[in-house]
Ligand binder design. Structure first.
Ligand SMILES: Cc1ncc(COP(=O)(O)O)c(C=O)c1O
Length: 399
């Protein structure tokens, strides 16, 4: 233990506590589900999970993971190109490509990892990546990394502001490759990227359009195929990155879906592919089970959409002003981080688990509680949660 380092960090942590922004972990003792067992609290309604379709504990998904474990063992024990690629990786990647509507897909151990791989591998000093201001932290860090590793240029456009994006594109007309990067669904706002406009602008400026669909895969579109299906433009997006850690079983893992050439190139050159172990087979198998379950049960997506609509409408009817939107992510802005954490603690005392988010996850002064509705929530679950919101909202003077 290094005394000076520990002392400095302890000082910072004590300050987090004094500021009311220290994050406590809540330990679950049962699988992820609309209602879970929380250590020390008993049964709790979860309204803060990415388990959008309830697949993290779906029996066929769990069975697929178990079969993967039995067939392939606990570990890949290697990176992909040495001896870490298994047939289940190939099957999963084919299924993912089919799901999101691309020629090919390549799996990674997380979408964070996939986003770190993307820009630094595909872009060089003659290229530019142009990123939405509110893109996920993994994109921001992936872009920062690319700037250092591959020396590509980087630029940011105001959130979903196509006029601003066009100016940035104009300023980089001379570049070899312009890559526009956006979240499909913005995780903290719950709004959807203006994909048809982005595609149109991308075509006009000969730019590659890439979408991180982590909160859209399994969520948007009548069949959960993502942002492209939501807008009826499946097959038109150049590159899609997404996670297996949310709607698709919720374990871990990510992927990049694109042309066969892009995926082949990434498999040859992406540093996380070359220097880090492959996705564990049991996780690949359960994710494959999740894709198959989703494709056989589009009704889950319909139920998810109906629940999201109901919860949003009922919050508004009770006097809250959630950010407008049509996704299952329903944020209520509170301002200060301590207030968001206080509200989430009061909701937990009422038996409802909703996380409060503050700086640096969201901009200063825009702290919020973010609700996430799932297909598995019954009307009873949602009404009980709404009752808790009403009581806490009154106590805090919000409604
Ligand atoms: C938009 C977006 N991209 C990437 C990620 C990271 O995904 P993973 O958990 O697979 O690393 C997240 C997770 O929060 C996300 O919301």
């Amino acid at each position: 233990m290094h005394q000076d380092l520990d002392q400095r960090l302890r000082g910072d942590i004590e300050q987090f506590r004094r500021d009311g922004v220290y994050k406590r972990f809540n330990h679950l003792t049962s699988p992820q589900a609309p209602r879970v067992q929380m250590e020390g609290r008993g049964e709790i309604i979860i309204l803060s999970s990415n388990n959008y379709l309830g697949l993290s504990n779906e029996p066929s998904v769990v069975a697929a993971g178990r079969a993967g474990l039995e067939q392939y063992g606990a570990g890949t024990a290697s990176v992909r190109f040495i001896c870490g690629t298994f047939t289940v990786h190939r099957d999963l990647e084919a299924a993912l490509a089919e799901l999101v509507g691309t020629e090919a897909a390549l799996s990674f151990v997380s979408c964070w990892n996939a986003n770190e791989a993307l820009f630094a591998t595909l872009l060089g000093p003659e290229d530019v990546v142009i990123s939405d201001q509110l893109n996920h932290a993994s994109i921001i860090d992936g872009v920062r990394l690319a700037k250092v590793i591959s020396k590509c240029e980087t630029a940011v456009y105001r959130h979903s502001d196509l006029a601003d994006l066009e100016q940035v594109l104009q300023a980089h007309r001379d570049k070899r490759t312009r890559l526009i990067m956006t979240d499909g669904v913005f995780s903290m706002e719950g709004d959807i990227a203006r994909l048809p406009d982005l595609l149109e602008l991308g075509r006009r400026y000969d730019a590659v359009v890439a979408v991180d669909d982590s909160h859209a895969t399994g969520v948007l579109g009548p069949n959960g195929r993502g942002t492209a299906e939501h807008y009826g433009v499946v097959g038109e997006v150049d590159i899609i990155t997404s996670t297996l850690g949310k709607a698709l079983g919720g374990a871990a893992g990510g992927f990049i879906a694109s042309s066969a050439t892009v995926c082949d190139y990434l498999s040859q050159r992406a540093r996380p592919q070359l220097f880090s172990n492959a996705l564990p087979c049991t996780v690949a198998a359960s994710a494959l089970g999740a894709v198959r379950h989703l494709q056989a049960h589009p009704d889950l997506v319909t139920r998810l959409h109906a629940n999201a609509r109901y919860f949003r409408e009922q919050l508004v009817a009770r006097g809250f002003k959630p950010l407008a939107g049509e996704t299952p992510i329903v944020p209520v802005i509170l301002g200060e981080t301590a207030k968001a954490i206080r509200m989430s603690e009061m909701l937990l005392d009422e038996g409802v688990f909703v996380t409060g988010f503050g700086y640096p996850v969201v901009p200063k002064g825009e702290a919020r509680v973010r609700c996430q509705v799932s297909a598995g929530h019954t009307r009873e679950d949602l009404d009980e949660a709404l009752g808790a919101f009403e009581r806490v909202g009154r106590a805090l003077g919000l409604i």
